[in-house]
Design a protein around this ligand. Structure first.
Ligand code: HEM
Length: 70
């Protein structure tokens, strides 16, 4: 389904939502990877590890949600 809300064409399907979420993590994860060297706080390392793992799961989920199975 395509939304015409505010003249945008955002496809309201799981692939689109997962893709938008993946994009956020793809930007944030490398920034956290660099930040862990600059900010000497163990929390950044832990957050980076988990955001990296979540990024990879989201990438796979986005691909699977984008495949037409029939
Ligand atoms: C999209 C980009 C990235 C992804 C998906 C990602 C993902 C991950 C993941 C999943 C881990 C944990 C590995 C484990 O459990 O053994 C990790 C660790 C690490 N990453 Fe990244 N990373 C990214 C970018 C970066 C960047 C740009 C840097 C640094 C310039 C970086 C530096 C590190 C370091 C040093 C560790 C080890 C941290 C520790 O031992 O606590 N990463 N990364």
């Amino acid at each position: 389904m395509v939304s015409r809300y505010m003249e945008t064409y955002f496809v309201q399907e799981p692939h689109a939502y997962l893709g938008a979420g993946t994009f956020v993590f793809i930007v944030a994860t490398p920034l956290l990877g660099i930040a862990q060297f600059r900010i000497k706080d163990k929390k950044i390392r832990i957050i980076h590890r988990w955001s990296g793992r979540i990024t990879m799961v989201l990438i796979i989920a986005t691909i699977l949600a984008g495949i037409r199975w029939y």
